[in-house]
Write a protein that binds this ligand. Structure first.
Ligand code: PMP
Length: 395
């Protein structure tokens, strides 16, 4: 049988990099490739107790529910967002979703026609690029530096492309681990306002903040509730398996996304939502996040120390102030995509930078995750990787 798939599936094809990394999970290779939290730190007892509490409330907890999700959890989220300065919303402006990944999908579904332009940072989150492309949107990357999108290039591309939307991860981005300056955030907002363009602000990592003496104000906190659609998730702060994220934004957009979600899955897993509500009520999630921060920061420091000691020609990085990723730029002649099989052969894996670029890729880059591997594995794995990079930088 020859299956007559829709044209748009051409955007869903597997990549060579993904095929290599699939093998990594099976062997005893040390992987800095995945974007995984450390499972040793998952609050398993708290989650177990939370589910027990949900079941105590009886059979009603197992019923269908409204598309927007479990109201008490939406109220907890409102309170948590208000601590970040996001105060222009009420419960009707918040919808619970199957991770923030679903928000990217629903947003694209209700906003993007084939051929519409969406502007992104450069580089940006790979799985968002895949979603935008699956809706046949044209993704245009705005030149970006360590502080965020370059305002001149943004202005130029706004004029040239008349974009429909802008997608950004301003706080501890994936892959670059970047945090935007306040000035760049304000510049983006004012340019988006001028051009009447909606911004999707993706903030899965904002709570994993190492420096307590700095404040990174979300775009949604600088906005009056009209220009920005904000999404975040419990995947990094609690656990990814509960698949619970949320979107907050202008009611008209949330309502349209709720209609799209109805067609998609009626509602997200409401047992997860009820359990997360119980977790927020009976377990100290903030203390848990502080523990994650301590562990992740010390692993990040360890990785950074290994790199600094290796003293490799042409290597550049910015020490992350939070999040889960360290982004390396290497000497221009090093192609990290081509190097990956060799690294895997040597016993260590990373994600090459190439797929994170919408247009022209900077192939001498790589993303390293420091949250999943133990300190011993970080030390050993970085030794293997840095030896390989040293050898390549000499050639
Ligand atoms: N956005 C970004 C930038 C991410 O890194 C991730 C997770 N890899 C997501 C969204 C999706 O996370 P989830 O669906 O688990 O909430």
């Amino acid at each position: 049988m020859k299956y007559a798939f829709a044209k748009r599936i051409r955007h869903l094809q597997s990549s060579a990099i993904r095929d290599i990394l699939k093998v990594v999970g099976r062997g005893d290779i040390i992987s800095f490739a995945g974007g995984l939290p450390d499972d040793e730190l998952f609050p398993i007892e708290g989650i177990e107790e939370s589910f027990a509490k949900v079941f105590e409330s009886g059979k009603k907890s197992l019923q269908y529910t409204e598309t927007e999700g479990y109201l008490p959890l939406r109220e907890v989220i409102l309170e948590r967002m208000s601590r970040k300065g996001i105060t222009s919303y009420s419960a009707e402006n918040v919808m619970l979703t199957t991770g923030s990944q679903q928000v990217i999908d629903l947003f694209s579904r209700v906003m993007l026609n084939p051929g519409d332009v969406i502007l992104t940072e450069d580089p940006t989150y790979l799985a968002a690029l895949q979603v935008f492309k699956s809706y046949e949107a044209k993704v245009v990357a705005v030149a970006s530096d360590d502080n965020g999108m370059l305002p001149d290039d943004l202005e130029r591309k706004m004029k040239q492309y008349k974009p429909k939307a802008i997608y950004v991860v301003p706080t501890f981005s994936n892959p670059a681990g970047r945090v935007w300056s306040l000035e760049r955030r304000q510049q983006l907002l004012s340019q988006a306002e001028k051009g009447n363009v909606i911004i999707l602000e993706d903030d899965p990592y904002g709570d994993i903040q190492f420096r307590q003496d700095e404040t990174y104000t979300p775009l949604a906190a600088l906005d009056d509730g009209t220009q920005v659609l904000y999404t975040s998730t419990f995947s990094k702060t609690a656990v990814p398996a509960l698949r619970t994220g949320w979107v907050a934004g202008p009611f008209q957009v949330i309502r349209m996304m709720a209609q799209a979600k109805q067609a998609n899955d009626l509602h997200s897993n409401s047992l997860s939502q009820q359990a997360l509500y119980q977790l927020c009520m009976h377990f100290d999630l903030d203390a848990h996040i502080q523990q994650l921060i301590r562990v992740y920061e010390s692993r990040m420091n360890m990785m950074v120390n290994c790199i600094e000691q290796a003293n490799i020609d042409g290597l550049r990085f910015v020490k992350p102030k939070g999040g889960m990723f360290l982004w390396l730029e290497l000497a221009p002649e090093i192609n990290t995509t081509a190097l990956l099989p060799e690294a895997v052969e040597a016993g260590v894996a990373y994600v090459p930078g190439e797929p994170f670029y919408a247009d022209v890729a900077q192939k001498n880059t790589m993303r390293l995750n420091y949250t999943h591997a133990t300190p011993e594995k970080i030390e050993h794995g970085m030794g293997l990787l840095l030896d390989l990079l040293k050898e390549k930088s000499k050639n």
